[in-house]
Design a protein around this ligand. Structure first.
Ligand SMILES: Cc1cc2nc3c(=O)[nH]c(=O)nc-3n(C[C@H](O)[C@H](O)[C@H](O)COP(=O)(O)O)c2cc1C
Length: 181
């Protein structure tokens, strides 16, 4: 059985991106994938600084890297901060990129995001797509940008918009067909 991780670049209570990550997790499970929903709050890492290497590398970096190496699919939902990625995600990717062997070369990545604005994290997704590609990750083509966040989900965190629902279906199809298993 294929395995997947979902995670959100926001650890805010009530995060819209956490809703999206959990939503993808449910849809991947329905497609027969064994899914673990991760919470980055469980992977505490200081702001990356090369001076912390090699003696003060956080245990969480190695733990998260090992989970990434073992997963066939990784879905990341990211907020957009000032047209870019939130510091939590940038920091996480910086620490992971320093772990050996690379945690970016086995899983296929899906990326998406929810923003309060109507452009639906399009700039953040572009940064994330570029960054993952440059450190060796294979990202499926669709960018699952959703905005505005208000009214995007119902009370059960199910997506309401038909276009967004179709994009999720395509993402699940691509992730399950392109990943190795
Ligand atoms: C520091 C900061 C910068 C933001 N910049 C953007 C932005 O560039 N584009 C946008 O659409 N929303 C922006 N927002 C609003 C976020 O889209 C909104 O807060 C979103 O709900 C955050 O995701 P979350 O609910 O998963 O925490 C910003 C929010 C913060 C706190």
């Amino acid at each position: 059985m294929k395995t997947a991780l979902t995670l959100s670049g926001s650890i805010r209570k009530g995060s819209e991106n956490s809703k999206l990550a959990l939503h993808l997790g449910r849809k991947l499970r329905e497609a027969g994938v064994s899914v673990t929903d991760l919470d980055l709050a469980d992977f505490d890492m200081p702001i990356f600084n090369e001076d912390l290497e090699p003696d003060n590398v956080p245990e969480a970096a190695g733990r998260l890297a090992e989970l990434w190496r073992q997963a066939d699919i990784i879905f990341i939902a990211t907020p957009e901060y000032n047209g870019g990625l939130p510091p939590l995600l940038v920091n996480t990717l910086a620490w992971l990129s320093r772990q050996k062997p690379s945690p970016f070369r086995h899983a296929v990545f899906g990326i998406g995001g929810v923003s309060s604005g109507k452009y639906g994290t399009i700039w953040a997704l572009s940064h994330l797509h570029d960054s993952l590609g440059k450190i060796g990750g294979l990202v499926v083509p669709g960018l699952l940008g959703i905005g505005p966040a208000e009214g995007a989900f119902d009370a059960n965190s199910e997506l309401l918009d038909k276009t967004a629902i179709r994009k999720v279906e395509t993402m699940v199809h691509d992730l399950t067909h392109i990943s190795r298993g």
